[in-house]
Design a binder for this molecule. Structure first.
Ligand code: CTP
Ligand code: CA
Length: 226
């Protein structure tokens, strides 16, 4: 058993993990966000710390307890997350991007609460920066793990993301499947690797899923060292 034979396989490694949704402000009382709960990222942080890693968690989530031994940086927007990751990734051997980063953010943030008017309202949204993709381009890029939340064509989209973002691993889940995805305590994921192989996992708790993901990261890193 991997977890018994070496209980601290990540000792000496620093892992940066992003978790949960981002919060994109419209005005002082309104924002755009998504259904991510942050539970998968928090489970990864907890299990990585148990496996001996130094863990830095970057998240907007206020409602989950910060796991023992985990250092946490609180952010809100995609841009906040971008800045925090760019500031800290150099210390990390491994970056796991489990956050559901907003793809778009309001082009204008209103300083005062918007007042309603007759007729329709159009909000102009602009693209956020792709944090994972930018890390993938760095000369000093750490081992990069991305997530892909899909509702269809999971394998194809996940493999495309692996290549497009120059990641070392993509953890894909079909968020429309019962037992998988955002709010619950369980997940069903497939891990896609750079060598073309994939590891499908059954329905597991998010903590068990996290253990398997971390185990696959260790295995891949060991292979690279040999
Ligand atoms: N990601 C990121 N920065 C963004 C958007 C996504 O770092 N601005 C990361 C996510 O944290 C995740 C991976 O990219 O690890 C894939 O995110 P996903 O939303 O599935 O893919 P996108 O590339 O945004 O494509 P789409 O939403 O159109 O499927
Ligand atoms: Ca996206």
């Amino acid at each position: 058993n991997f977890f018994r034979s070496d209980t601290k396989p990540l000792k000496g490694k620093t892992i940066l993990i992003t978790a949960g949704p981002t919060i994109e402000k419209i005005d002082p009382v309104r924002y755009i966000t998504n259904r991510s709960s942050g539970k998968m990222g928090f489970a990864l942080a907890e299990e990585a710390a148990k496996m001996g890693a130094n863990v830095l968690l970057i998240t907007s989530v206020e409602t989950l307890p910060i796991p023992n031994g985990v250092q946490c940086i609180k952010i809100r927007s995609a841009n906040d997350m971008y800045e925090a990751v760019m500031k800290h990734y150099k210390q990390a051997d491994i970056v796991i991007k489990s956050a559901a980063v907003a793809d778009y953010t309001p082009a204008l943030v209103f300083e005062q609460k918007m007042k309603k008017k007759d007729g329709e309202l159009t909000l102009r949204l602009e693209r956020t920066k792709d944090i994972l993709k930018e890390l993938g381009r760095k000369a000093d890029k750490p081992f990069l793990v991305g997530f892909a939340a899909e509702t269809e064509n999971v394998d194809t989209y996940a493999q495309q993301k692996l290549i497009k973002k120059n990641a070392d691993m993509i953890v894909a889940n079909n968020v429309s499947q019962t037992g998988a995805g955002f709010a619950g305590d369980t997940n069903i994921v497939t891990i896609f690797k750079r060598d073309g192989s994939s590891v499908p996992l059954p329905l597991l708790s998010k903590n068990e899923t996290a253990q398997h993901i971390l185990k696959e990261i260790c295995k891949t890193l060991e292979k690279d060292c040999r």
